[in-house]
Design a protein around this ligand. Structure first.
Ligand code: NCD
Length: 339
């Protein structure tokens, strides 16, 4: 599938070869993301960046990715500042916005809402997260990061051993990442959550049907022995019926340097989609890991720009033209290359 003109709503749209193509295109975006060159391949194009839930990384990195390709960005970040607050349907908003832009990125609290919006849109729509359902671009950047981190060790994604820990029930990034990993071979999943926050059975059953080894537990420490990656997640407090209910789970799973040293192999890579909850009652990923070279969280955020540039280039059909519009940068750029 070439994705030209297509909305990207779910990782289910991707086969393994599609994922590998996204990664190859993302690799080719490095000169622009790292500011050795600029490209203006999307000059004149407009992105509507519609975020109806809090977002820092996803919103800014989608916007930066579009700007880095030469396009313009229009943003709405608050539901009360749009006509949804006056009762306008998603479908009407989609018809209107698609008249103003060439592509839309949307985040919304309701599962399925971005698909409903895309059904009425005249331009492609990328899902920036729909409730607890999916977060396809996050899963792609996470897997791209896994690929890069494993490559340093001379390994690939096949045969990966990964622990996904924390709120696996509501974490849409985990849901999408598990589905993408399912496309590869012989992945060993350790899924560890507090009781009540287990991964949805449809995801675990699908992984087992695909032949992967899935172990589920309620123990952080035991789950992180003998894994290549520990992927930590935040309690998704915004999905619980009340703050009191979310508080029951906060702070139950905490990865810090002492736990890492005692239980992880020396090369285990630590990932998190971010934001991490640094309040004292939570701290699922402690700041004392910041000096640990295996902490990949900011390599993940940097990789997000590359992957989102790749998605725009594919959907808007400019993959082969990006370099034709390239020029060296003219300003001081410092040292931006990660690692
Ligand atoms: C994630 C999300 O919004 O699902 N954040 C992100 O996009 N990087 C994870 C989270 O909020 O915990």
């Amino acid at each position: 599938m070439d994705f030209v003109g297509q909305s990207i709503l779910s990782v289910d749209q991707f086969e393994r070869a599609d994922v590998e193509r996204v990664f190859d295109i993302a690799d080719a975006m490095a000169p622009y993301a790292h500011r050795t060159h600029i490209t203006r391949v999307l000059r004149g194009a407009i992105l509507s960046n519609m975020f109806f839930e809090p977002s820092t990384r996803t919103r800014i990195s989608f916007g930066s990715a579009f700007n880095l390709l030469g396009g313009e960005v229009r943003e709405t970040t608050e539901i009360r500042e749009t006509s949804f607050a006056k009762g306008e349907s998603l479908q009407d908003t989609a018809r209107v916005l698609s008249g103003y832009s060439d592509i839309v990125v949307m985040r919304h609290p309701q599962p399925g809402s971005v698909s409903a919006f895309a059904g009425a849109s005249r331009v492609p729509v990328i899902n920036g997260g729909d409730g607890a359902n999916e977060h396809p671009s996050q899963a792609l950047l996470d897997l791209y990061t896994v690929r890069k981190e494993m490559a340093v060790l001379g390994r690939g994604i096949d045969g990966l051993r990964i622990a996904l820990v924390g709120d696996l029930k509501y974490g849409r990034a985990v849901h999408s990442l598990c589905k993408l990993l399912g496309l590869f071979s012989r992945v060993a999943f350790n899924l560890a959550s507090p009781p009540g926050l287990e991964a949805p059975p449809e995801i675990t059953e699908r992984l087992q049907t695909q032949g992967h080894v899935v172990q589920q537990s309620h123990h952080l420490e035991r789950s992180i022995h003998h894994v290549d990656i520990v992927y930590v997640t935040r309690t998704q407090e915004e999905r619980f019926a009340s703050p009191a209910e979310a508080n029951r789970y906060r702070g139950l799973f905490r990865l810090n340097q002492a736990v890492y040293t005692e239980h992880c192999e020396p090369n285990t890579v630590i990932m998190h989609p971010l934001p991490r909850d640094s309040r004292s009652e939570a701290r699922e990923l402690d700041d004392d890991l910041n000096a640990n070279p295996n902490l990949a969280i900011f390599r993940q955020t940097d990789n997000g720009v590359l992957v989102r540039m790749a998605l725009f280039a594919m959907v808007l059909d400019v993959v082969d033209q990006v370099h034709q519009h390239a020029m060296p940068v003219t300003w001081y750029t410092g040292k931006r290359t990660p690692r």
